[in-house]
Design a protein around this ligand. Sequence first.
Ligand SMILES: [Zn+2]
Ligand SMILES: [Zn+2]
Length: 374
Amino acid sequence: MPTGRAAVLEDYGEDLKLWEVQVDDPGPGEVLVRMAYSGVCHTDEHVVTGDLPLPVPMVLGHEGAGVVEAIGPGVTRLRPGDRVVLSWLPACGRCQACRSGWTGMCRTTSRAAEKGTLWDGAVRVHAHGRPLSVMSLTGTLATYAVVPEQGAVAVDADVPLAQAALLGCSATTGYGAVAHAARLRPGASVTVIGVGGVGLHVVQASRLMGAERIFAVDRFPARLEAARRLGATDLVRVGEGEGDALVRILDATGGMGTDYAFEVVGTPATIAQAFNAVRPGGTAVVVGVAPPHEEVSLNAFAFPSQGKTLTGTWYGGGDLAEDVAALLGAQRAGRIHLEAFLGEPFPLERVNDAFAALRAGSATRPMVALGGEP
Ligand SMILES: [Zn+2]
Ligand SMILES: [Zn+2]
């Protein structure tokens, strides 16, 4: 039973605290992962604020990569020493959603995630003699994580684990929004509202899939500049003294709007803005995670008269192993630039500085180094 350290949210609105934790050996079908890197995501921040109320105290973090240290009974796909990306949405394969092919809506996983446990209520992390909940079956802001075998995807030995960590949430979500939810066609025009940690991946994936014109909308100049480097053709700054973003996009497209719009903020206003930014017959995709009680107001007449589609995506809606392979193939071919998302990593002791960087609109993904890169 290894002893490790974990970044724990003791109560909503507080800074994270570093706790010494005891981690059980992996149970049947589980693997113990020595964590190398964990990103800090807006969904973590939603837990900190209480907008996404999960049971505390909880080990936060759900975007991570590391090295398998031990495997539980019955594990067949992974071996100690494998470098893995962790999934916060593993498919049990047995629930009604999984059996209907909706593995991204796995009920076993969503029930466990609400309780902060693994499948079937198992808890593998303890502190002060008590079980400790972990975020989204992962809890990556820790030196160790125990996850279901289905929640770890092996990558080649030469893949840098900080890049691999991005594939655990932001890169895959952004890519899947474009490739699966929108099924973006080459030559398309695109609006991306919010070019932070996920939105920049939407920009990059849109370019990868052949979009010709990409409007990036954000209030932070550094993020807009990053969007430009990753393929955005039109930068639309919002905020005080700036014009209305929607008006500017409509003006620039002959009053039509773009073929696709991606909302990557998670507010009712920006969701409506994305819907209004697409041309008749176009598709708007909600990627941003709004607090669960929020509602959106849209013009009802626009649905029949303009034939627009409004849809959403949760973790990209694809098969994680396939999407990881596609993204790493594109990275190898120089067609995407995961390295552009990475700044200097924060040591675990400075995890709260990583959250501060997220809140300040960092143009790179705040990444916490956990020591497990061999
Ligand atoms: Zn995330
Ligand atoms: Zn399932």
